[in-house]
Design a protein around this ligand. Structure first.
Ligand code: AMP
Ligand code: MG
Length: 346
């Protein structure tokens, strides 16, 4: 299969014709790599069983790991799920945006989309190209991250091309993803709201609307990486480059001492530009300009892919706190490291 590649450049006529072409592909049961504000998604019609199955095949994804259904307006959730009133309080505050809500599913959503579950995950992305594509296709889009299963999620169209060239019909290049980590996934139950996957919509932001929110144990517990989870996706080794991720829980100074003592020629340390000075004789991979949750989150997956491109055998990364804006990054890192953390006493 030849994969068409379109750069969405801001030229209205050309961009419109690329989106119309992508929508035709979706309507005909094909697959399109699309930009979103979190990571790039691999989109197909969420109402078409065969199209959803093609997603699993292209990704090499286990078929029990359900897909998120993307809509262009929060109210369109009614067409695919049984929507409780609390959803609209969340929608008012966080949609469009990086929040996915799991609700009981309607029968129009095939089992292949939900991995046989009776619930469906729904998200309304903020990215204008994703929204334009959903509108033009006229159907909700099932869209997991557009990487080969297990690899770091793609945050540029080039990452998608590397993983998916020849396996999908088209890739829309909308530039690098603004957030860089996947959406927050929550489940609404009679007992309240539980975070199954942390993202840019934090526990505190959700609690400001809902009062209280709980976090699934596997989100923060490195020993549970690989266990039977609440959300099927949480059991798989995830986000992992070929290089071994050495995750070190230490103060900044103890981290740099540890790295200097252990790093060898074909290994690198991941730090922000503003902290590079402490690693003068090491190969450094940049986590962004400053040591901040936003920069480090946006750069993480590109950094993991770059480590492989450069042939590094190991990457040393300082473990961020498992709280606030850093929780999503923490969660991805413990998975990338297969649950292994080196603790240096403070
Ligand atoms: P991805 O498609 O790569 O962004 O991953 C989607 C995540 O949402 C995975 O971790 C899935 O397991 C999770 N998910 C999707 N639908 C459901 C559902 N109905 N119940 C629980 N988790 C879900
Ligand atoms: Mg994914």
């Amino acid at each position: 299969m030849k994969t068409d590649f379109y750069k969405v450049s801001g030229n209205k006529a050309a961009d419109h014709s690329a989106i119309v072409r992508a929508a035709e592909i979706i309507q005909n049961g094909g697959l399109v790599g699309m930009p979103t504000e979190t990571v790039y998604g691999l989109a197909a019609s969420a109402l078409n069983t065969d199209a959803a199955e093609k997603i699993y095949a292209a990704k090499g994804r286990p078929s029990d790991n359900p897909l998120i259904v993307h809509i262009a307006d929060p109210r369109e959730a009614e067409a695919v799920a049984f929507v409780p009133p609390v959803y609209y309080r969340l929608a008012e505050r966080f949609m469009p945006g990086p929040l996915t809500v799991i609700m009981p599913k309607r029968s129009c959503i095939p089992d292949s989309v939900t991995g046989g579950l009776d619930s469906v995950a729904v998200r309304c992305p903020a990215h204008p190209i994703a929204r334009a594509l959903i509108c033009a296709a006229g159907v909700p889009l099932a869209a997991p991250s557009a990487n080969r299963s297990g690899a770091p999620s793609p945050t540029t169209a080039e990452h998608v091309r590397r993983d998916m060239d020849g396996l999908i019909d088209m890739i829309l290049d909308g530039g690098p993803s603004e957030i860089g980590l996947e959406s927050t996934v929550i489940k609404l139950t009679d007992d309240g709201c539980v975070i199954l996957r942390p993202g840019a919509v934090t526990e505190m932001m959700l609690a400001s609307v809902l009062g209280s929110v709980s976090i699934a144990k596997a989100v923060t517990n490195p020993e549970m990486v690989g266990d039977k989870p609440l959300s099927p996706g949480m059991k798989y080794k995830h986000y992992a480059p070929n290089a071994e991720v050495i995750l070190v829980d230490a103060s900044p100074s103890a981290f740099s001492e540890y790295v200097k003592e252990h790093i060898s020629e074909n290994e690198a340390v991941a730090v922000a530009d503003d902290a590079k000075a402490s690693f003068a004789h090491c190969h450094v991979l940049s986590t962004g300009k400053s040591t901040s949750a936003k920069d480090e989150s946006r750069e993480l997956f590109a950094l993991l892919r770059k480590a492989d491109d450069l042939g590094y055998r190991r990457i040393y990364i300082k473990l961020p706190p498992a709280t606030g804006e850093y929780l999503a990054l923490y969660n991805r890192l413990i998975r990338a490291a297969g649950g292994k953390i080196i603790y240096i006493s403070r």
